[in-house]
Ligand binder design. Structure first.
Ligand code: F6R
Length: 327
């Protein structure tokens, strides 16, 4: 896992270099976009939707489960994202959407999804195979989904240039980010992490939770501002010694969100066992998001070390998948 995390900036660059012109066309006429994917292959969709928000003329929905939203038909661009290509929920949604005539583009390294793409001559992006942890392929997943939207003229190619500058930033900063991650992990220690961010950084907060869950084998939760101010804030009553509040922040937030974060930081300082704030580096949302992803990925690895657990193993998910086969 350490090598895979270290490789992340290079993974972004490799993904950007991949020639997709043979397997992706610019054709198609769409009214909406649906991205289906679970876990490490679903989180990429949250990032992509945020990155293209100001540019994509069509609504983008994300499905992480079995239930197809309404409004799906032959006018729908369906991007199916599964690293293994065998994830039950994603395949199920693909089958339902195909029955309604959705235009499918597959993003996968193999399995049933890629087989289907080849058999039905569907548009696709083939991801490099052989990586045991799909969550470590986030760079491939995000870039491939963006490449699909750029090919379909639903997002400008300049966004891919921002991914390149993010990769350069991470190469430059990697050692400092690792040091920062060690301090963060020590501050969290054995406390329960509660991760907060603005909605713009919610995908990073989700990534952080998932990486703490899977790599460090811990429970934690996340919430976003301003919504958190209307409910969860009330839970901050009195000392919460066992909780580490982690605020993921960036410049240029909405001024009222910024004010809310500042006021609440003082509440966490007073009540949380640890109150930690990290501020993203970078010139735009893409650079800042990748900066924070790299930081929380390293932090999850440091937490795994502190807790003496193997960051790669996910035996309980394997157990679940086996048990499901019996049902
Ligand atoms: C495993 C992981 C999981 C998978 C998820 C979906 O490292 O992070 O969250 O990403 O079980 O599997 P794929 O990505 O193969 O569709």
């Amino acid at each position: 896992m350490e090598k895979l995390i270290q490789y992340f900036p290079t993974q972004l660059e490799e993904a950007l270099r991949q020639d997709t012109s043979e397997t992706l066309g610019s054709g198609g006429s769409y009214q909406n976009v649906l991205i289906a994917g679970m876990g490490g292959s679903g989180i990429g969709a949250d990032f992509v939707r945020g990155f293209v928000r100001e540019h994509c003329p069509l609504p983008i929905q994300i499905v992480k489960g079995y239930a197809l939203p309404s409004g799906i038909g032959s006018h729908t661009l369906l991007i199916a994202s599964s690293y293994s290509g065998n994830t039950e929920e994603t395949l199920d949604v693909v089958a339902q959407a195909q029955r309604l005539g959705a235009q499918l583009v597959c993003v996968s390294s193999g399995g049933k999804l890629l087989e289907m793409a080849k058999q039905q001559q569907l548009e696709h992006v083939k991801l490099p195979g052989g990586i045991p942890s799909p969550r470590a392929c986030l760079g491939y997943s995000i870039v491939a989904q963006m490449q699909v939207l750029v090919a379909k003229k639903l997002a400008p190619a300049e966004l891919l240039e921002q991914v390149q500058s993010a990769a350069s930033l991470l190469h430059q900063e990697q050692e400092l980010i690792r040091e920062r991650a060690q301090h963060l992990a020590q501050a969290i220690g054995s406390k329960l992490p509660v991760i907060y961010s603005s909605t713009a950084l919610t995908p990073v907060a989700i990534r952080c939770r998932q990486q703490f869950n899977e790599n460090a084998k811990i429970l934690c939760w996340h919430h976003e501002f301003p919504e958190m101010n209307h409910n969860e804030l009330v839970g901050w009553r009195g000392e919460q010694d066992e909780v580490a509040a982690l605020l993921l922040r960036q410049r240029d937030e909405h001024p009222r969100v910024e004010a809310r974060l500042n006021i609440c930081k003082a509440v966490f300082d007073q009540y949380a066992g640890a109150s930690i704030e990290v501020i993203a580096r970078g010139n735009n949302l893409i650079e800042r998001s990748f900066y924070l992803v790299h930081l929380v990925d390293w932090t999850s690895l440091e937490l795994a070390k502190l807790r003496q657990v193997d960051p790669s193993e996910i035996r309980i998910i394997d157990f679940l998948k086996e048990a499901l086969k019996e049902v």
